[in-house]
Unconditional design. Sequence first.
Length: 159
Amino acid sequence: MSEQASTRLAPGRLAGSWAKLTRAQGHVEDLRRAILDSCGGEAPPRVLSTRREFDPSNNLILWIAESLPEIGDDWGLIVGDAIHNMRCALDHLWWQLAIDHLGRKPTEEEARDIMFPILTHSTRRSSGNTATSNTCAQRLPRKLSDSNATTQATTRSCS
């Protein structure tokens, strides 16, 4: 691996992404513990206890829920926080990839288009202007998918 590539991939450059992923993992563990507590602490948790019966009069197999766990009021919040942190980790990663690609910090105009998910079609901004698909952030995925993209110099402009 070249010195330039190893510098670009240095863990310190991605500390923000790793911190967000670590926080998301904490939320997932919190949810796992809450589910275990709700299911009586048995691992793996049996979230839904069911049984099946055959109904000969209708020629059907019926699945009957015998018990349901009590779903905590905060479970949705925990899931939302985990997903939000995962999304932020991708935003942090994409920002670093843009810096690597441009060889500099993006301008204020470019920065508005650097986020994950990456849009590859025209979209409406809140101002009502139509953003074109000709922005650096939208061309970057194609360039990164090129197998040679990781070995090319990153000081080029986006053009």
